[in-house]
Structures are given as structure tokens and as C-alpha cells.
Design a protein around this ligand. Sequence first.
Ligand code: ADP
Ligand code: ZN
Ligand code: ZN
Length: 726
Amino acid sequence: MTIVRVALPVPLPQVFDYAAADATEADVGRCVKVPFGRGDRNGLIVALGNTADVEPARIKTVHHIQREVPALPADWLALVDFVARYYHAPLGEVVALALPPGLRRADGVSDADEDPLLEIGEAGRRALADARRPSKALMLLQALAAEPGPWRRSVIRAMAGGEAVGDVLRRGWLTAIQDEGRVAALASGAQPELTAEQARAIEAIVGGGAGFRPWLLHGVTGSGKTEVYLRLAAHALAQGQQVLMLVPEIALTPQLEQRVAQRFAAANVVSLHSALADGARSRGFVQALTGRADIVLGTRLAVFAPLPRLGLILVDEEHDASYKQQEGVRYSARDVAVWRARQRGVPIVLGSATPSLETWYHARSERYALQTLSQRAVAATLPAVHCIDTRRLKLDEGLSPGLQAAIGQRLERGEQSLVFLNRRGYAPVLSCPSCGWVSRCPHCSANLVVHLADRRLRCHHCGCDGSIPHACPSCGNQDIQPFGRGTQRIEARLAERFPQARVLRVDRDAARTRAQWEKLLDTIAAGEADILVGTQMMAKGHDFPRLTLVGVIGADASLHAADFRAPERLFQQLMQVGGRAGRGTLPGTVLIQTEYPGHPLYQHLGRHDFDAFARMALQERRSAGFPPFTHQAMLRADAPALDDAVEFLRHARRLAEALAPEGLRLYDPVPMRMTRLARRERAQLLVEADQRGLLQAFLLSWIEMLYRQRTARELRWQIDVDPLEV
Ligand code: ADP
Ligand code: ZN
Ligand code: ZN
């Protein structure tokens, strides 16, 4: 009898043995359907087992091994195994996260090429030669012949009406190219001449050779990092290699997707992100697995794409917090990407205008090689940054006279302005001036935000909402007031103040779907908006050539936040959002309203001096003993009653004390800053060590013990290694 070891998506830290009469070594890395509990589960065969280890009577038999798609290779199994061990998550849960759901369900996935690469074949050339009767199909063929091919079928579809394309294909005028590798690298779009800095960076990275090497590409906003990625990708494709390109949020980056597809029209570019339909995600994954995909472009989960010909990894906006998954398996795709580059022996480029302090520190200590782009590629200069000291000013709904005047000037010149405020809704809370009532979320320790646009009170944490009351629910006072300011309120005030202007709000309420977001981007690009009011959604890498003014309001709150990462995030955000100004040929200006114009953070920002800011921030981290000078893990527990959560953590701490090696620091269990979320009370326990290895060894035995503890009913716990929020 053959035994297979199966990783199943259950919260248990082990693999499960099943009998499979016909299984062989070749089935390791294949999906299976097995009986589990009272139902069936889908899992992955991670090894063949030994009959001696199991009691024959208790062993169950697999239902089905999915053999239609190739097995996942050993290096992929090693990757998920590493993630399971490093983040202390059950292997089956990592597999479930890494595999597209459709594939895991063993639905049967076709690996046929859905979008073949076509060139003009023999029949097509004949048709062109003796073109007699002009038809739509012939006109399309002639248009294609006038261009350098080949083309993806999807690209031709986008060029012409479906009917003409159908005719061209039916007549066999176009034939599929079999050996796609030979043309994948042919850059098709126009390529700009490189700036001296870009050329130097590319030469250094390519010259660094094919082996593992981590690079930090530190380039100011608009310095042309994307062009560097594209050239490096072209180089890898020319060697017949695959390229993995990670971006923080694909919904925010249709522009990048388009640029990659345009540049490499002949390459098979596969997108992988969670917004894809199951079928599309499975197909893309299988294309990567079979080596047919040339470029895999995706969000954090794309780091799990199997890539047999992998030659290069690119991580754009490496500092972005969305690379870290905040639930379930709490992995950092950026860190996993670095591990993967080492495992596969390939270079990896981490790019950012505002690197994370961790990465910047690696570059300073020469663990990562550094390439810097200090100049913008097109616009001559970075925007001028000024603080508006609001201490003695009378503000009009949060807007200073200086900012209003600057917006007025842009309107006169036909340019765009952006008012940046990282708070959506109309006002952060509704309150009663006579009795002090405030709109609290019944399920969370948070306020309900006033959304005047659709007249709702809404919790931004659990999503619950209700209508806005006409009178104070506590004392009946009719004069209840929205307190504070969000994007909707600023939008309303600006529309009043500048009635001739077209004011457009850009936040998650205005762009719920990717289609809405793309429509907003088009509206802005077409110059159909004069004043934008936006949240951090506007901070990410987009080019708006007519945008010349960025006004920042409400930033001071982050200067004194309790979270030690708050200043880093604020600096990154302001540098990114400021970087939207003056991307075209017109110079840009950034105006920051603040009560602390002398604060070093704003001073460094004004000089565009990331290095000075990073040095200061790292110095603070070093003296306070924060990462990257220590390594942290957070044990979190949540339950309907806070006492249960805290009691579990106290117990966990006592277990830890018995195990803790010298050099490990255990903190006291404390309620989380936002204690209550969606009716559950949450607490946490921080564990810290100066060496990663020491922390990891401790976590291994500690978590093994935790799994064996009986816990209060409805208590849940999770471990977060390298937490971003502490
Ligand atoms: P970053 O990602 O560093 O913020 P981008 O790659 O978006 O910058 O480039 C900013 C702008 O400069 C884009 O419009 C891009 O097309 C343009 N650009 C980049 N490199 C060059 C170059 N070498 N010559 C001309 N334009 C360039
Ligand atoms: Zn009241
Ligand atoms: Zn809530």
C-alpha cells in the first residue's frame, strides 16, 4: 500500500496520511481530494509516506488525484514549507493561500493556450499578394502587415471588430508561433532614451550577474524606475527567462499593466491577483507553472507563482504595507520574494522612492546593493515643498487662505490641484454639543463616520452602518453636529468656494471597483477635473501631467501617534503624494498645513532628503530598541470577553517563561489599541529578540505548546511574525 502525506487547509500544524494505491513519486506536488471529518477536503500531496508509521486499519483512501495539470515542483514545495515554518502557520493553510482556489478544488484546469501568439502565415502572405476584393478582413490583415508582429490574439481583438478578426482567423491567414521564447523579448513599444542614471543602474544590475543579489533601486518619484524594470525584464526575457514583477495593489496599477503589455506585446504577460475570477487565476497560474508565461505581474499572492525559468524578481514600491498580509498567514510578500530569489539564485530589485527603513538599513550595511536615481526623468525638478503655519490662521473648513489662493491660481491657469486628506467620509464622528453623546460603533472601539453623500453613519472597521439620526439619541437635542473633517466635507466646501471648478473626490467610497477607479483616472487624465480631493489612493504611482499643486491637510495627527512606525508611514505618504505634483513639464508645488512647521520630518521633506529622514528615524529606532535592530513576533488573541483573551495570553506567557532562552524579551499581555472589533475583544503579547534565529527557535517550541492548550470557547489566537502593527 502506498501512503501519501497531504497538506490540508485546517488550522492544525500537521500533514495527514492517506492510502493511494496507484500513487508514485510523480504525484508529489499534485492536488488531491480526500475524506476528512464528515466531509471531503482538497489538499496537496507533499510527500510519499511510510507504511510503517501508520495503523493500517485507521487509514482512509484518497478520492482522486488531479493529474491533468503538472505537479508543483520541489522548489515550490520548499517555498511553501519555508513560509509555513517562518510564519508558524499550518502548511495546509499556506498551500491553500498559495494555490488558486479553482486549482485546489481539482476542478480540472485546461492548460491550453487561450491567447496564442500569431504571425502572418503562408496563406496570409498569398492573400496580401493577390488582394483583389477589399474586405474588412483584408484591411485588418493589411494593417497588421504594416506593423512589426507578432501579436497576441487578444491584442488583435482590441484593434478591430470581432467579425473581421474571426474572418482572418477562419481563413488561416494568421498562424500560431510555437517557439514563443524567441520573440518574447522583442520590445515593441517605443523605448525612451535612458537617462544617465537609469543607464548606470541597469548596467550595474545586469553586470551584477545572474546569481542571487538583492538590489535596492532608490529613485525619487518620477525618476523612471519603471523604465529600469522594463529594461531589466527585457534582458531576462532575452535569456529565455521568466520575470516575476510584484506591485502592491493591482487595482491601483492598471497603468503599469498596460505599460508592460505594450512594451512586450509578444510576451505572454500573466496577471495574478485576488480580484481575478477563479478560472482566470487558475489559467494564469498554470501558464506560469508550465513555463509558458514570460512575465507574471501581480500582487502579493503572485509571489507564489511557480516559475520554472525564473530569472529576475522585481518588487515595485517595496515599502508598501499591502505586501504584508494582515490576516490568516501573515506573510510579507516582499520578504518572501527575497528568500525566493536566494533559493533560486536570481537577482531581485526592490524599488521605491521611500524605501522601508528595514530595506534602507540593509542597503546602508551593504547587505543589499544600492542604485540611486536622484533626478526626475522628464520634469526638470522636484516640486517645491512649503509649510503653511496654521497656528495663527483662521481656517475655513480646515482650508487656509494660502492654500485657497494657490488653488485659485491653478484654476486660472487651467491646471489641476489635489487636496490630500487621509480620512474618508464627511466627518469622523457625529456629536451632541449639549450632552456630549458621540456616534460610537456598537461592535468596535471606534466612532461611526458621517457619510453625508448617502446619509449614513458607518463604521470603517466592521462595516456596520445605519441612518443619520435627526436628533440626539441620548437627550433629544436636534442640533447634533458632524465633528472634524473628511474628504466629503472638503469636497463640499471647495465646490462652494470655487463654483466654476469641477471638484472630484478620489477615495475608496468613490472608487469601490476597479472599473470605477479606472474611470476616475481617465477623467483626471482627460483634464475633466480641476480640483481633486483624495486619500492615500492618490499617493500611488500615477502620472497626472496637469497636476501642479498638492495641498496636505490633517497630517499632524501622525506626528504624535503611538505607533513607532507612524512617522515613517507619514513621510512615505507625503513624499509619494507630493511626488504627484509637477510630473509633466509644468513645475509642481506642495503646501503642507501644519502647526509644527519646524518639525524635522517636514524639514527633511522640504529638502526631499529621504536619507536624512531615514538616518534620524533609524537613530530613534536604535536607541528605543525597535526593528530593524530587534526582531519581533506578536501573539494576538480575541474572544467575546476581554478577560478570556488576556487570560489566554497570561497563560501563554507563563509557558514562554519556562522556555525562554537568554536574550528573549517577553512583554506583558495588553489590550490592543483598538480593543473591540466586530464584537470581539482583542489583546496581544509582544515577544522580542536581537537575533532572528533565537526568536525563531523559541517560537517553534512555544507555538507547538500553544496548539496543545485547551482554550476558552470562542477564543482564537494567531501569531504574527515581523508584525507591522504593534
Ligand atoms: P517612477 O516609477 O520612478 O516614479 P516612472 O517610471 O513612472 O517613474 O517615470 C516617470 C515618467 O518619466 C513616465 O512618464 C515615464 O514615461 C518617463 N520616463 C521614464 N524614463 C524616461 C526616459 N529615459 N526618457 C524620457 N521619459 C522617461
Ligand atoms: Zn445629546
Ligand atoms: Zn465597527
